[in-house]
Design a protein. Sequence first.
Length: 298
Amino acid sequence: MKEKNLLIKKAMLALCLMTVCWLPAKADDLPGDVNSDGRTSIDDVAELIDYLLSGDAVSIDLANADVDHDGRVSIDDVVELIDQLLNQSQDPDPVEGDWVDLGLPSGTLWATRNVGAVAPEDYGDYFAWGETAPKDYYNLDTYKWYQGYYDADGYYHGGYTKYCTSSSRGYNGFVDNKTELDPSDDAACAHYPGGRMPSQEQIQELIDNCTWQWTQQNGVNGHLVTGPNGNTMFLPAAGYRWYESLRGAGLCGSYWSRTLYSSSPGDAYNLDFVLGSWSDWDYGYRVYGQSVRAVRVS
């Protein structure tokens, strides 16, 4: 508690000093990994605060320090990083062996369990696309990136407020043409240190280079995925959530990618399999609660 109070005091001092560094655009390795040790932790918060106080950037990665992706490093990034760590602490801590190298050409590593799971066969948590917290109820009314209202004549007007490629689907004509999740909206990034939700290309690589076998692991249905090097991972048939219900558990699996289905911005791409079969691509209503399996590049 004493250490936490000290950090809060430092953060308040940093806010008063208003030390800000503007950054050029740069692809992020791991937002929040300020000290470049491959994970996010309280150490990164301390490093970020020390930088804001001193202005000395020798020992930090400024691109990763821009946690909220606004093109600068400021006290807002401290707040965002602390929020991520608090959310992350609700999940089981990753352990040695949590990543499996399947021998994929890109060097992509896949997590051995779903976000929120304690074992490879556990279903884990469910997330609407672009949200970082699981919830009890999934529909448009509870979706973070949708807004609507009734006009004086009783007509409903609604639309998406982020990740929208069509003015007819955006709130009051909103369009941002964003088709990839920001790390701050990525459930894997928020809950699994070092992880991101897979891109469309990373899922396609998994499909093209691995063998898939419908099986059971500890009594749970799912796919055993075997990589070119013989290593394996298990994807449980965890179903999906809609309203308050869990549907299709044991019969199907739906795993989000971080890629929007741009032709219909109410949907996003996922990996989907049903009763022993699998499809290389499908897309699902982004309001659905679906499974997330993290990836990272070795």
